[in-house]
Design a protein around this ligand. Structure first.
Ligand code: CO
Length: 253
């Protein structure tokens, strides 16, 4: 049912400050920004190749996003998967007994959206969206490549995502890791939590860029770089709202 990783949602203190990193230094073009009063957030979507990055700033204290920020601080918050048929999919998930936060779709920034209960996906909050007809991802120089998820049992977690969403498996070298998604698009990489500092759930993002020079210069200017080489940059998590982000060079076909 799922055909793409639509976006990764990141909770931030301030959209204005987050733009300095994600839009201005990293170069992700702003697609749209809006206040969603019913969800108590001001949200923005930025283009990142076949997927997007969503920034969420709480506008009041009594929402899930505000509680997340108070308890855990800024950082990766949810994963959004794109489906052409959210109504049918929610019905099917409900029939299978998959725990849902939203039993009916509602209007979100990315289209008609609904959240599953985190228990459905081993602690990861997953959103489904059906974007409005004709809504296409914008061009961007830096593209989403992979979301790394820390797991107790990576094969077991991958099996759950495969069963619930029909996410295709992508071959990886033998070992404890498992990958789902589209090798030419975005992927989810399930790894043992011990490989990502004990984190269970969303742990890191990988992106790709066609050139590193100007990008590295912009990121160095705001003191965001932890390591930079000829074909890769590792960023300081504190520079990008506590997101562990790695960028590698890739010549887009
Ligand atoms: Co979202």
């Amino acid at each position: 049912m799922v055909k793409n990783i639509h976006h990764v949602g990141i909770v931030v203190q301030s959209l204005a400050r987050a733009y300095a990193f994600w839009r201005d230094a990293l170069g992700l073009p702003l697609v749209r920004e809006a206040e969603l009063p019913d969800q108590g957030v001001r949200a923005a979507l930025l283009a990142a190749g076949h997927s997007e990055v969503e920034l969420l700033e709480p506008t009041r204290g009594d929402t899930g996003v505000a509680r997340f920020l108070a308890k855990r601080g800024e950082g990766l918050h949810h994963l959004c998967l794109e489906t052409p048929s959210i109504d049918a999919d929610l019905g099917a998930l409900k029939a299978q007994g998959v725990p849902l936060l939203d039993e009916r779709p509602r209007q979100g920034l990315a289209g008609r959206i609904a959240f599953l209960h985190p228990n459905a996906c081993h602690g990861v909050l997953v959103e489904l969206t059906t974007p409005p007809p004709g809504d296409a991802h914008a061009e961007s120089p830096v593209r989403f490549k992979r979301l790394v998820i820390g797991c107790r049992e990576p094969q077991d977690t991958a099996k759950t995502y495969h069963q619930i969403f029909g996410l295709p498996e992508v071959a990886v070298n033998d070992g404890p890791r498992s990958m789902l998604g589209w090798s030419g698009g975005g992927t989810l990489l399930m790894v043992p939590a011990s490989e990502v500092g004990g984190t269970l759930g969303m742990a890191a993002l990988s992106m790709v860029a066609p050139e590193m020079g100007a990008l590295a210069d912009r990121l160095k200017k705001i003191d965001a770089v932890m390591f930079s080489g000829a074909s890769e940059i590792t960023l300081k998590p504190e520079a990008g709202n506590n997101v562990h982000l790695h960028i590698s060079r890739y010549h887009f076909p």
